[in-house]
Design a protein. Structure first.
Length: 133
């Protein structure tokens, strides 16, 4: 019996590449947002967590897309794994910096899993495969 998740066939290198892409994109988008706020465009404080959630979602979509395009199969599974691992990393970083668990935490988990899922599906359906040696 092959099973849904076969540990021998789970592409750990691809997951790490996708997770790395995710974190780099999130970091770059966060830096851009900080530069925008620093140089004069005012974003109301209550809206800021949702703007960061959008940056997180774009990062997870990008990472899942790249991972699925490299592996060329199991895109939804790769996307969900990358979304969940990204959530865990962001959750731990948030707790260590004094953030609290709230409704936004559950929303972040849902959004990251959803965008990871769609990024993985989109990456698998990419015409050509990305080759990593």
């Amino acid at each position: 019996m092959s099973g849904f998740i076969d540990a021998g066939k789970l592409p750990f290198k691809t997951i790490l590449i996708g997770l790395g892409v995710t974190l780099v994109v999130i970091l770059l988008l966060s830096l851009i947002l900080c530069a925008i706020v620093t140089f004069g465009i005012s974003i109301p404080y209550p809206i800021m967590p949702y703007v960061l959630l959008i940056a997180d979602a774009i990062g997870v979509f990008s990472g899942a897309y790249i991972a699925a395009a490299i592996h060329k199969s199991q895109g939804f599974l790769l996307g969900i794994i990358i979304g969940f691992l990204s959530f865990v990393i962001l959750f731990i970083v948030g707790l260590s910096s004094g953030d609290t668990i709230s409704i936004l935490t559950g929303l972040r988990l849902f959004v990251l899993l959803l965008f990871g899922f769609f990024g993985g599906i989109k990456g698998v359906n990419k015409k050509e495969r990305i080759h990593i040696k």
